[in-house]
Design a protein. Structure first.
Length: 758
């Protein structure tokens, strides 16, 4: 870079906001709850110590005591912090989380055909001494008959028997020593409760978690608030009831508050209400009006969290700021993209600049200036291909997005199944009761076809597919209990359920494309077979950059080192000794000859190549070449073998997860993809569709949860949820072919799809 001038203050919003902790809700993450708590503190009717409700007044704002008009008791009204579930207002039972963990008794004896002596009572074998079965026998329980033959009395002793001491003669199976001692009886339930009480870390909790279920706190009923915090009323409701409203409902309710009070209180009420109006309007523009303020942030989708992040960033009327948005259209329905564009227009109208890194054609067509980088991916990219107005880029023959902008080209790569043949291979049928905001459903999905599940954000797609269909089928396959809200599920031959989502692969830089695909194992064996390796008596394990003797000792095979910068977070830099290759210098001296190219190469040099380049240098290694060919066919040929998998985009991670499935018979498999087009260029969507078609050709049933209109247009069958989000959605609006969906007057998705198909 030669010159940078006139750079304004910049704010970058990244593609993947972190998943918040258990104490974060939609209300806290948007900061709307701060204003709501202030409203209740300053304008609410508060309960005196004797249980009388006192009318609102200025005393709370002036930090003066309130005098009860009924009993004359004086007390101070609650401040905003006293109403916060993350501090003083927390329910003491659940500490403000809204949930408690209880013992799930159905998990304690998973196989009732076993006897207690055979280990039927699982906690006694994993969390407690096995001699509990001896005490149970001493208490009159038959331990040598199948558990399902025990009497109700015997079962009660096993599950809930009293924690009494028993004098036992025992035999230690390991030492062979016999003895006698007093032991306290721990029932199956008490065993789990005792283990949970002693948990001090995540590892310990994981041992116990299999026997637990989370349920709403019985004291606060999941509201997170203490009884005192719930006692203050505003316009007839308490804070818990207000946060249970959706944002759309809350905005309507808040508007009436200033009119419900008089004098100085009215001016204060209007001032607080005005602070809510701007951020609430932004969130509604972004299509989040269906979310309730008490909704746990961890249950929001990536797209929803990103829009919350965007709304927070623009909640103040800034001027002269450069906003850099990394793929803001991710997870957005086309209707939500319209809302995003209105927010961007507002930012521009206030004198800001906006740079959006995106592939969504709907968004790109609204840009005033386009910059296209490419022409390919990885080492094949990095150059300026085209720039200018939308019309100029569309007319530029070098542009790869231009034809999609002009509408000359569309993503149409597969021949769709005729409607009359749609269910020729059978169907998957799911029936559910109501859950969350989703109404009772009956869903039929064609076997061996590509089905798209669509609908605006919050319409119930995730609940139907990921919380209902997937766990129900997995439970049915394993013979386990299905989710409580699922009535029936019929898989019609499905024996494997594969959920392919966009979560990162691996936890650190030690996981790479080469290790995850298995290609590096084959390459290590090939280099161990060379003359140079045999002379040094090196095995395949020595070529591992994780544990082998040839790994770089400075960075321990990670390719980078961490610098401790005082007062700032640690900074990771490329290892100065190996240059990021992960290997010590000796590894470069062991070389494999490529006869077809009349050259030789070392393993560090080979894994630094892209998949497509490595295919040539792996000549003669049939297993390695086969794995590299698979990566190429998945559209990942531009990735280097040494690329760390946690750094891959969501779309790249999804396709890499498929590598081990390509080439198999998939007639008994269901593949579920959660927004597989995330971050993909239209040309990449074409590649993805070809990958999905290969799965379908192998007999697989493929379901994609999608907003991308090109993906929807190529599907065999579409199930559209809605019509709106939250309480306005939760039902199946339409099920049929894409062409039929485009003609549906009830579907919001259909209206946008009609434009694409026309």
């Amino acid at each position: 870079m030669d010159l940078v001038e006139h750079v304004p203050a910049a704010l970058a919003l990244h593609q993947r906001p972190v998943v918040p902790g258990i104490r974060s809700t939609f209300g806290t993450s948007t900061e709307l709850l701060n204003s709501l708590r202030l409203l209740f503190s300053r304008l609410g009717s508060h309960m005196c110590p004797n249980g009388h409700l006192c009318p609102p007044g200025m005393n709370v704002a002036l930090e003066l005591p309130i005098e009860c008009p009924v009993c004359g008791a004086e007390f101070y009204g609650p401040g905003a912090e006293s109403l916060a579930f993350n501090s003083e207002g927390a329910c003491p039972t659940c500490q403000g989380t809204g949930i408690v963990r209880g013992v799930d008794e159905s998990t304690l004896v998973p196989d009732e055909t076993k006897t207690i002596d055979e280990g039927a009572v699982l906690p006694w074998g994993t969390l407690m001494w096995s001699l509990m079965k001896d005490i149970a026998r001493d208490m009159g329980v038959r331990t040598d008959v199948p558990f399902n033959e025990l009497t109700p009395y015997e079962r009660e002793i096993v599950f809930h028997g009293p924690a009494e001491k028993h004098h036992l003669l025992y035999h230690n199976e390991k030492t062979g020593i016999a003895g006698e001692m007093d032991f306290t009886y721990y029932s199956a339930v008490y065993t789990v409760q005792n283990a949970l009480a002693k948990v001090t870390d995540e590892k310990g909790l994981k041992r116990v978690a299999r026997f637990l279920r989370e349920q709403p706190c019985p004291d606060c009923l999941g509201t997170r608030l203490s009884e005192k915090a719930r006692s203050s009323l505003l316009c007839g409701i308490n804070l818990a009831e207000a946060t249970a409203m959706t944002l759309d409902q809350l905005v309507g309710w808040i508007r009436q508050i200033p009119g419900s009070v008089t004098g100085d209180l009215r001016a204060m009420a209007q001032s607080i209400v005005d602070t809510v109006a701007e951020p609430a309007a932004r969130l509604q523009q972004l299509g989040l009006g269906y979310l309730a303020l008490d909704r746990a942030s961890s249950t929001l989708s990536t797209g929803e969290r990103q829009r919350v992040q965007l709304a927070r960033a623009v909640r103040n009327r800034t001027c002269g700021v450069l906003y850099v948005l990394d793929e803001p259209s991710i997870g957005l329905h086309p209707a939500n993209v319209d809302g995003l564009l209105r927010v961007i227009d507002d930012l521009l109208a206030d004198g800001n600049s906006v740079v959006a890194v995106d592939h969504d054609v709907q968004l790109l067509r609204e840009a005033e200036h386009l910059i296209e980088v490419g022409p390919g991916s990885g080492v094949q990219g990095g150059m300026l291909v085209a720039q200018g107005t939308v019309a100029e880029v569309a007319a530029n023959p070098a542009s790869r997005i231009g034809d999609f902008l002009s509408g000359v080209k569309q993503v149409r790569v597969r021949e769709q199944t005729a409607e009359k043949d749609m269910f020729a291979h059978g169907a998957i049928v799911l029936e559910t009761d109501a859950i969350h905001t989703v109404q009772p459903l009956q869903v039929t999905i064609p076997h061996g076809r590509l089905t798209a599940v669509t609908g605006v954000s919050g319409s119930g797609k995730t609940t139907m597919v990921l919380e209902s269909l997937v766990p129900a089928l997995q439970a049915a396959i394993k013979g386990e209990r299905m989710p409580e809200h699922v009535r029936t599920v019929a898989g019609d031959g499905v024996r494997r359920v594969n959920l392919i989502d966009a979560t990162p692969i691996g936890a650190n830089v030690r996981s790479t494309v080469g290790t995850y695909s298995g290609a590096l194992d084959d390459l290590r064996r090939a280099f161990a077979a060379t003359a140079g390796a045999k002379e040094r008596k090196l095995k395949a394990g020595d070529f591992s950059y994780n544990t082998g003797s040839l790994r770089c000792p400075t960075c321990d095979g990670t390719g980078q080192i961490s610098l401790d910068v005082q007062f700032l977070p640690d900074v990771d830099i490329v290892c100065p000794d190996c240059g990021g290759s992960r290997y010590a210098g000796e590894a470069y001296s062991i070389r494999r000859n490529i006869k077809s190219m009349d050259l030789d190469i070392s393993l560090p040099e080979l894994i630094a190549l892209t998949v497509d380049e490595a295919r040539v240098y792996a000549s003669g290694l049939h297993t390695a070449v086969s794995k590299l060919d698979t990566l190429h066919n998945l559209g990942l040929g531009y990735l280097t073998l040494a690329e760390a998998t946690p750094a891959l985009s969501g779309g790249e991670a999804q396709r890499l997860k498929l590598a081990s499935e390509i080439g198999k018979d998939q007639r008994d498999a269901l593949f579920v993809f959660d927004e597989p087009t995330i971050g993909l260029h239209p040309l990449d969507v074409e590649v993805l569709l070809e990958v999905l078609q290969n799965l379908v050709n192998a007999g697989a049933t493929v379901i994609v949860i999608e907003h991308d209109l090109d993906m929807i247009a190529n599907a065999d069958w579409v199930i559209d949820m809605g019509p709106g989000g939250g309480e306005s959605g939760g039902r199946i609006v339409f099920a049929g072919t894409p062409q039929q969906l485009a003609q549906s007057s009830q579907s919001i998705t259909g209206a946008y799809l009609a434009k694409v198909l026309s």
